[in-house]
Design a protein around this ligand. Sequence first.
Ligand SMILES: NC(=O)c1ccc[n+]([C@@H]2O[C@H](COP(=O)([O-])OP(=O)(O)OC[C@H]3O[C@@H](n4cnc5c(N)ncnc54)[C@H](O)[C@@H]3O)[C@@H](O)[C@H]2O)c1
Ligand SMILES: [Zn+2]
Ligand SMILES: [Zn+2]
Length: 368
Amino acid sequence: MKIRAAVLEEFGAPLGVQELDLAEPKTGEVLVRLAACGVCHTDLYTASGADPSGYSPTVLGHEGAGVVERVGENVKDLEAGDHVVTLFSPQCRECEHCRDHRTNLCMAIREQQNQGYLPDGTTRLSRDGEPIRHFMGTSTFAENTVMPEIALAKIDPEAPLDRACLFACGLSTGLGAAMNTAKVVGGSTCVVFGAGMVGLGAVAGCRLQGAERIVCVDLSDDRLALARGQGATDTLLGGPEAVQEIVDMTGGLGADYTFEATGNVNVMRQAVESARMGWGLATMCGVAGKGETLDIIPRFLITGRRVAGSSFGGVKGRDQVPQFVDMYLAGDIDVDAFVSHKLTLDDVNRGFELMEAQDGIRSVIDFA
Ligand SMILES: NC(=O)c1ccc[n+]([C@@H]2O[C@H](COP(=O)([O-])OP(=O)(O)OC[C@H]3O[C@@H](n4cnc5c(N)ncnc54)[C@H](O)[C@@H]3O)[C@@H](O)[C@H]2O)c1
Ligand SMILES: [Zn+2]
Ligand SMILES: [Zn+2]
């Protein structure tokens, strides 16, 4: 079939919205008609050429939500009409990692996905016979996409898809960091560095876990106001004094749980140093620049602080994304506050501009 999609042709140049061919789903694959897709930093990171593992030509986009149009052979759990959220982090339910509760890092299709291919090593996207690679196994800056069944979460059809799409990446990452990785205990004190999509999700996750005190740290007053809306009890402007200020705010000891959601290694260090002795846990969500390292004074660890990392919030997507969507429908997660701009597919580059200007939390492409 013919589809319109935003193609990354040349790094550093705007995406080109153009007509492509999309082949039918093969075994285990599903054809999805996109309804909405968020524009995320990872798309821009690859488009800019900063991502060392990036490739082109490819169709970007990974925060998609839509409706199943057709399924290929051997698709067991999805059928036409199902509403789905796309998962760059799949869940095959069979590999060693999927069967273990300690991780969400499914190993089923990693290698092919990282290189831009569907699990059988080929692409469904092409242009005049030339293969166009898939991005993050999703390629959702497109009217339709073909994805493996194991990378689609079936959600309640009542959920508006222009909200549900945010659970495809940043929001679930933040929620899951608090709920799965840190497993915040009720009554505790939490600090979240960064109030973008990931940090605000972590604030919401801490609130849902029953944290008593949630301090959010950011450089922007507007974003700190959003953090209050998600349940932050205190806010703080970031900077070199942040650790001391947090220690002072927490009776001289630091927080039970800290979260880093900025991607800045200096802030990661602050997250470690503002966790309390004895049991403080610092969870890293941010993606640092290539070659950057996190400095930790070992004494912080010997005196009982721990450090964890969290990819997609430790969320096993097919199981947990539908649960998050249900929590949203029940009124427990305020997603509306995150959708700052609605765009058409043709405006996708405007989404990047808004992100670079830090204008709003998320721009969402609406395919309706
Ligand atoms: N682990 C994962 O699976 C995963 C998934 C999605 C995104 N990420 C990463 O998470 C990070 C956050 O993503 P996002 O979409 O929320 O980004 P964002 O840019 O919207 O938010 C980052 C926030 O950090 C704030 N900040 C910058 N410097 C600061 C400082 N010194 N002190 C306090 N706050 C500071 C900024 O003002 C901004 O509000 C990025 O590094 C992103 O790549 C990771
Ligand atoms: Zn993303
Ligand atoms: Zn798996």
